[in-house]
Design a protein around this ligand. Structure first.
Ligand SMILES: Nc1nc2c(ncn2[C@@H]2O[C@H](COP(=O)(O)OP(=O)(O)O)[C@@H](O)[C@H]2O)c(=O)[nH]1
Ligand SMILES: [Mg+2]
Length: 190
């Protein structure tokens, strides 16, 4: 598996233009998007932030020189101004709606958080694109095994059409299944 940082982009026009199949990692600030890039790469190529919400750019990584992985800025804006919120929305919606090579959506969330209207509207957006999608319930090392299994069972029952995965970036539990699903989904687009 080879991963390389390619570039950061602040708008759709700055995204790489060679149109390899692309996977977008989207989630609330602090959900573990950048950590997942590092776990997949088995090296620290993405910046993991201590201060939530600092990444304002789309960060592109090349995966085996065949695919792109885009690490998106986080949503969840309790501490942000209305103006910032609007500019995030514009950039992300522009990207999610118009990025042609975007084939796979991965929504990553902290397993301890509830599913909210934010997640709901993202899922609707993904569905309208007809792309493949998965939801990763991350930080499973933070809760017990029973609660972990119950949570994913509930999520699957509520949303049978969505693919759900469990992950801990800390123990790497769940990583192989996720990697396999991602590669399989992307390869289908070649
Ligand atoms: N315990 C635990 N901490 C995690 C896990 N994934 C990420 N973190 C921590 O959560 C914080 C936010 O992670 P980061 O990858 O920067 O989140 P991002 O904002 O979504 O990119 C960091 O302190 C990470 O070390 C996990 O699976 N388990
Ligand atoms: Mg990040």
């Amino acid at each position: 598996m080879s991963f390389q940082f390619v570039k950061s982009a602040s708008c759709l026009e700055e995204c790489p233009r060679d149109f390899r199949p692309e996977i977008a990692l989207i989630g609330r600030s602090n959900a573990g998007k950048s950590s997942l890039v590092n776990t997949l790469a088995n090296s620290r190529i993405a910046k993991v932030s201590q201060v939530p919400g600092k990444t304002r750019l789309l960060n592109f990584f090349s995966w085996n020189k065949v695919f792109y992985l885009a690490d998106l800025p986080g949503y969840g804006f309790a501490k942000r101004s209305g103006k910032e919120r609007v500019s995030w929305q514009k950039m992300i919606e522009d990207y999610l709606i118009h990025r042609e090579s975007l084939k796979v959506f991965v929504l990553i969330m902290d397993i301890r958080r509830d599913w909210t209207e934010d997640e709901e509207s993202l899922i609707r957006l993904f569905e309208s694109r007809g792309a493949k999608m998965a939801v990763i319930l991350n930080k499973t090392d933070k809760i017990g095994g029973n609660l972990k299994r119950e949570t994913i069972k509930k999520m699957r029952a509520a949303r049978p059409e969505i693919e759900f995965f469990l992950l801990s970036n800390k123990s790497k539990d769940g990583l192989q299944e996720i990697k396999k699903w991602m590669l399989h989904s992307l390869e289908a687009e070649l």
